[in-house]
Design a protein around this ligand. Structure first.
Ligand SMILES: [Mg+2]
Length: 171
């Protein structure tokens, strides 16, 4: 895999609802690691909304194991996950892979795994380094700080690369 591939997701969709159970089952994926902030919920929502809960339950209902790997603090992850009861890693240090590895080691399912997140330089890179396919979503609530704007700007060439590849695959 070239270094460029490490920053190029397998898929980019608007939100997690574009990745229903069948999407994973078609690829023989039986365990999925999710980023939390801006992937499943906005930063400022302490708890998952009904849609997010229903989505996660639909995956589980199809036999897909769902896990969380977040770079955020313990309290944020614990409160969010309380009702969900997922295996969850906080302060995961993505693009480091220790959080993803912890998920894969403890999971009951041992088939193919995948990662779903919203950021190329943390989520996609971590997934790739851990050897997982990466399915991205648009960030639910893009942060408007200069740092985040610069980060998004930096992601653009890779987003374009993904789109070129996706267009080719459709031909
Ligand atoms: Mg995120």
């Amino acid at each position: 895999m070239s270094w460029l591939d490490k920053f190029t997701p397998d898929c980019m969709e608007k939100d997690i609802s574009a990745y229903p159970p069948q999407f994973f089952l078609n690829k023989s994926i039986d365990r999925v690691v999710f980023d939390l902030d801006n992937t499943i919920a906005p930063y400022d929502k302490a708890l998952p909304d009904e849609k997010a809960i229903a989505y996660i339950r639909s995956l589980q209902g199809a036999g897909i194991e769902v896990m969380l790997v977040s770079n955020n603090e313990k309290e944020r992850v614990d409160v969010f996950n309380e009702g969900l009861g997922l295996f969850a890693v906080h302060k995961a240090g993505k693009p480091g892979i220790k959080g993803i590895q912890a998920c894969l080691e403890q999971s009951k399912n041992k088939g193919k795994a995948a990662f779903v997140g919203d950021q190329i330089f943390t989520d996609c890179l971590a997934a790739r380094r851990a050897g997982l396919p990466c399915f991205l979503v648009d960030p639910i609530q893009p942060k408007e700080s200069l740092f985040f704007k610069l980060k998004r700007l930096g992601e653009k060439p890779f987003v374009r690369r993904y789109k070129r590849k996706a267009a080719k695959n459709r031909q």
